[in-house]
Every structure is written in structure tokens, then in C-alpha cells.
Design a protein around this ligand. Structure first.
Ligand code: URA
Length: 233
């Protein structure tokens, strides 16, 4: 098995990030730094930064209602709480599928299944992710039209998105936004590009999967039907 697949399947990281780890020389096979295309054979000892990676056969899948104030990494160099702190005892080595910002809440998936992570995060698969957002004041029909057709963020135009107002008062506007990419701080930057600051951001759906029944900060296992759905999305 290719080394990047081995690392992804055994809960180290996604296949794409695995390539970065390999390139930076942090991955060794039988004590020697390996190359991108290296193969892992039965009995080989694979280490990442000196820690041995053992092949784990059992795949685990969780859905979390992430609160704000947690980072989506396994450990944080600034010492902030991470989503790993919210996992119940006994959960094996899993990692988040994609990221939500420190200030964003909502639906987060965690797994040790690198193939599913790759499938759900690869831009070509265009998996829809829906967010509930709040901005102060109102937003013009023209700004909404711009957001829908694509706006430039970090020099690259965003793909078409679905944007509609769900509540509008004198003080604030709530909207649902569905995007199929997962660029860094994408929703916040999209609204910034039309002069609006997002003051609340929550992911409420990935495809048809919702947070129904899952309180903020809670985690549960995905059902076999949900896993099957995500594997075929
Ligand atoms: N878009 C953002 O701006 N932040 C997130 O956490 C997710 C999508």
C-alpha cells in the first residue's frame, strides 16, 4: 500500500496532508525518511515524528456539534481547547474532516477513514455544505446576487452558491448559504467582499446530514445508513 494511503487509513491525517508530511521528511519507513511514492509492506515499521503508526482495521465515524471557542486540530500550538477535548473517553484516533474556524460552530465530522475524508473534502466532488449566518443590518438584493454568482476572495472567484434570507429585522439579517468548496474562512470572506461582517456562523448541513437532536458540544457515532450516505454523496 502507498505510504500516503497507509497514513490516511490509519488515522494520521488526510491523504493530501500525508503528502506534505512525507515531503517534510517527518515520515520514516524502517527508520529511513521515505519518498512520496513509497510502498508499505507487511512488517514495515512506519513512524511519524518518531511515533509508531500501527495499522488499525476498525473505522470510526462521529458527528459533533462543535461549539465556538474550539480549534479543529489535534493539538493547538497556542494551547486553545481543541475539538479532541470534546470526544468521549475510549474514542480511537480520529481527525476532523475539514475545518471549522475557532469562532464557527456546528456540524463537524471526525473519522479515521482517510478515503472518506478525501472524498468529502476534494473540491471536484462539490459536496454541499450549508451554513446559518447572521449579519448586522440588512443586505441588498444586488449583494446577494453577487454572492450567488461568485465573488473574488484571495484573488480567486468562488463557485456559484445558494444564498437566501431566512429572517430579517431592523437590527440583523439571518441567511442560509450553501457552498460546495471549503476554502479558508470562505463564508466570512465572501460576505466581507460585499462589505458585510458575519457575526454568527454555524454549519447546519453537509449534504442532507443535519445536527438534528445533537446539542451543542455533543458527539455521537454516525449510523451505518449515514456512513453509507456519505460514502456515496
Ligand atoms: N466558512 C467560514 O468562513 N468559516 C468556517 O468555519 C466555515 C466556512
Amino acid at each position: 500500500m502507498r505510504i500516503n494511503k497507509f497514513l490516511a487509513e490509519n488515522g494520521v491525517t488526510s491523504r493530501r496532508n500525508a503528502d506534505k508530511l512525507i515531503e517534510s521528511g517527518e515520515v520514516t519507513i524502517n527508520g529511513k525518511p521515505c519518498s512520496l511514492g513509497a510502498e508499505v509492506k507487511e512488517g514495515d515499521v512506519v513512524q511519524v515524528n518518531g511515533s509508531k503508526i500501527t495499522a488499525n482495521a476498525k473505522k470510526e465515524y462521529y458527528i459533533m456539534n462543535k461549539p465556538k471557542g474550539y480549534v479543529c486540530t489535534v493539538s493547538d500550538d497556542k494551547g486553545r481547547p481543541t475539538v479532541m477535548d470534546l470526544l468521549p473517553a475510549g474514542v480511537g484516533r480520529v481527525f476532523p474532516i475539514g475545518r471549522l474556524d475557532y469562532d464557527t460552530e456546528g456540524l463537524l465530522l471526525l473519522t479515521n477513514d482517510g478515503d472518506l475524508t478525501f472524498r468529502l473534502t476534494h473540491p471536484k466532488n462539490e459536496v454541499p455544505k450549508t451554513y446559518l449566518i447572521r449579519i448586522e443590518g440588512d443586505i441588498s438584493a444586488q449583494a446577494i446576487a453577487k454572492l450567488r454568482s461568485g465573488v473574488e476572495i484571495d484573488g480567486v472567484k468562488t463557485q456559484k452558491s445558494n444564498v437566501h434570507v431566512v429572517e430579517s429585522t431592523d437590527d440583523y439579517t439571518k441567511l442560509h448559504v450553501t457552498i460546495t468548496e471549503g476554502r479558508n474562512r470562505q463564508v466570512r470572506k465572501m460576505f466581507e467582499s460585499v462589505g458585510k461582517e458575519v457575526v454568527f456562523l454555524k454549519r447546519i448541513k453537509i449534504g442532507d446530514l443535519t445536527l438534528r437532536g445533537l446539542d451543542r458540544g455533543k458527539v455521537r457515532k454516525l449510523s451505518p445508513e449515514e456512513i453509507h450516505y456519505l460514502q456515496h454523496i
